[in-house]
Design a protein around this ligand. Structure first.
Ligand SMILES: [Zn+2]
Length: 200
């Protein structure tokens, strides 16, 4: 394979990442090619470590280390198993943990309903959420989704799916920036939104 083809292949792989357009992917590939012993080697090592050690928890959908499934949060008996916090992305779990005010368990959906993004109910970890709702130990489900239109629609959809269960469904209190994600809220605002959660 010629160098040009190798770079084109790398660009195509990079462009599959969220938020990376074709042009950005090409620039990244060029940047890596220019520094094979530094940047490229570092990235290679980091990728190998993630591939070797990072896994997805089969229960919550969050990050775990290979060989530990369920993850440390799901296995922690001190955490309140009756309170389940639903987030869009696994990365949101760390944001909520950082506030230090939530002591329940988590469930990451792996996205949100989106016509533009081609995400339907079957693409989210909703079956697993319903299973967890069915097992009887959950008393409250807190929907900690983002505040954009698609996330609102996802919230409404999940609310409907959970009507069959004797479970209190709540959502974050207002105060988060409208139309944005949890990652744009500072920890104090997020802590207040968690503490002041409201019935949905
Ligand atoms: Zn877990």
């Amino acid at each position: 394979m010629k160098a040009e083809e190798c770079l084109a292949h790398l660009s195509a792989q990079l462009a599959r990442l969220p938020g990376v357009g074709r042009r950005t992917a090409e620039r990244m590939a060029w940047r890596l090619a220019r520094d094979p012993e530094g940047l490229l080697r570092g990235l290679q090592e980091a990728l190998a470590k993630v591939a070797e050690q990072a896994r997805v928890c089969s229960l919550c959908g969050g990050l775990t280390t290979r060989g530990q499934d369920p993850c440390a949060l799901c296995s922690d008996a001190r955490r309140d198993a009756s309170l389940l916090c639903v987030v869009e992305d696994a990365g949101d779990i760390a944001l909520i943990e950082k506030t230090g005010v939530f002591h329940g368990r988590y469930h990451a959906l792996g996205g949100k309903l989106s016509a533009a993004g081609n995400m339907g109910p079957a693409d989210l970890r909703l079956d697993r959420l319903i299973q967890r709702a069915q097992d009887g130990s959950v008393r409250e489900i807190l929907l900690a989704l983002n505040t954009d239109v698609e996330s609102e629609a996802t919230c409404a959809y999940i609310r409907e799916q959970l009507r069959a269960f004797p479970i209190r469904v709540t959502r974050l209190a207002m105060g988060l920036p409208a139309g944005s994600g949890l990652m744009y809220a500072d920890p104090l605002t997020l802590a207040r939104a968690l503490q002041g959660r409201q019935e949905l």
